[in-house]
Design a protein around this ligand. Structure first.
Ligand SMILES: [Zn+2]
Length: 194
């Protein structure tokens, strides 16, 4: 029996002109009530991943994990019940790891995703440690904490470029030592915070 292809006009309804062809959703996700919200979030995160924006990215549905990067393709699966920006960014970094541009491993994936943009740091990562004082009770980061984590992650990657092999441990240690008696009033250098 011949399988019907997804109808492009259905996808186009979800996406503005500039995004058409960049995000393709699987049939299962397309029929999910959260599809529009998921696509909206993927599109936002994709802004900060110009390396993978050139070819269409396929987005599917999973319920067994928060997210997964599918081997062998430009494809991620997301759990509609858990679509934090961080999860999406983390899965995008996995796609970059396959191309060899980012060192392998979950901890490396976390640090690289935390260094993309502070607005993507909306919840605690799963594999690197964030000091509890930077987290809210629900595990989310305040905007100020998100900026701090972003700044420190960027510096960790700078250090890696300069040859520091322990850049992930450095990242965790630096966060512990950040002077943050009141994170809502902490002021960061603005060079990278925009
Ligand atoms: Zn992962």
């Amino acid at each position: 029996m011949r399988r019907q292809n997804p109808r492009p006009q259905q996808l186009a309804l979800l996406l503005p002109n500039t995004e058409r062809g960049r995000i393709v959703v699987t049939r299962a996700l397309r029929s999910h009530r959260s599809c529009e919200r998921v696509v909206e979030r993927v599109r936002y995160v994709l802004r900060y991943f110009p390396e993978i924006g050139g070819t269409p990215i396929r987005v599917g549905l999973t319920r067994v994990a928060n997210g997964m990067a599918v081997p062998g393709g430009n494809e991620i699966w997301l759990n509609p019940g858990h679509t934090s920006y961080h999860t999406i960014a983390h899965e995008f970094v996995h796609l970059l790891q396959r191309g060899g541009g980012v060192p392998r491993g979950e901890r490396s994936c976390d640090v690289h995703s935390l260094a993309r943009h502070w607005t993507l740091n909306d919840e605690a990562p799963s594999y690197v440690k964030i000091p509890p004082r930077l987290l809210q009770i629900d595990g989310k980061l305040t905007p100020t904490a998100a900026r701090i984590v972003y700044e420190v992650a960027c510096e960790a990657l700078d250090r890696r470029q300069l040859g520091t092999r322990r850049y992930i441990a450095w990242f965790e240690e630096r966060l512990v030592s950040v002077d943050c008696t009141s994170c809502t009033s902490l002021t960061l250098p603005t060079s990278r915070a925009s």
